[in-house]
Write a protein that binds this ligand. Sequence first.
Ligand code: SF4
Ligand code: MG
Length: 327
Amino acid sequence: RPLLLEARDLVRIYRSRRGLTGAVTEVRAVDEVSLKLRAGETLGIVGESGSGKSTLGRMLLGLDPAQGGTVLFEGMPLPRFGTPIWRRLRSRMQMVWQDPLSALDRRLTVAAQIREPLDIHRIGTPEERPARTASLMTAVGLRADQGGRYPHELSGGQRQRVVIARALATNPALLVCDEPVSALDVSIQAQVVNLLRDLQGQKGLGMVFISHDLKVVRNLADRVAVMYLGRIVEEGPAEQIFAEPRHPYTQALVSSIPVPGRPLDARILLQGEPPNPAARPPGCAFHPRCPLAQGLCRTRVPALRVPEPGRAVACHVTAGAQSPVAA
Ligand code: SF4
Ligand code: MG
């Protein structure tokens, strides 16, 4: 399958002035991140809040500028944000955010919002657009008679379905979903995840699915990348990440997913503070919480290494002595 999206060494630094002295603090929100997504593939990006995953998601669409590195979409560097060529490309790359209410216009009916991208991008003839709108509604599991409703008249799950229908209206090749179910009731999260998975399969979408919750990506990701304080610490095929995680952080995340039959004390409890991007520990940023940390971990940042084809691990201890990831 052809490469759809490629990120090379992306860096995003936020600078802010603090306190009376106005000292400038630098936060490396995204630090030398590289990844690849093939057409029709789903990549799950997992990490705690502050890991840089949302910033990375926006950078993949050109919504947040990179200080370093490049994003290639279908082999071409992303055009600059807001330019006409970027706007045209946006119909091929869509995003679904966490909060559907803020993504929707309160004054427009459901049908009007789903139709809007068809009008903007002149998809089909004006006469065809009502039928296209109706079929998008059906595709996301909304009833035709809900087209006249307004966002506040719908449940959270229904609103997210409207957002998804809108995102799919332009027939994108890429869908980036940032925590698309974390604002929804737990009881309907699985329905929306399953809907995204089904649509991804039917339409052959490339999908980047960002979540703080590893178990949410389990049911839909082909590959998983785990982020910690702006860097990818482990990446690989989803089934391998879950079956034999290598990085100590991934091991802790996987161990906290409840599995019938596995004793609760098999859980690896992380000590120490949750990650703070403004106070990144030196060396391996995970070392203050890592049960396997050694002297080297406190001084040297571990490079991403390839213990076997298709896997990458950034750990001095568990990655082994294999070659660094090829540039
Ligand atoms: Fe733990 Fe060291 Fe590996 Fe970092 S490099 S994850 S501190 S063992
Ligand atoms: Mg986020």
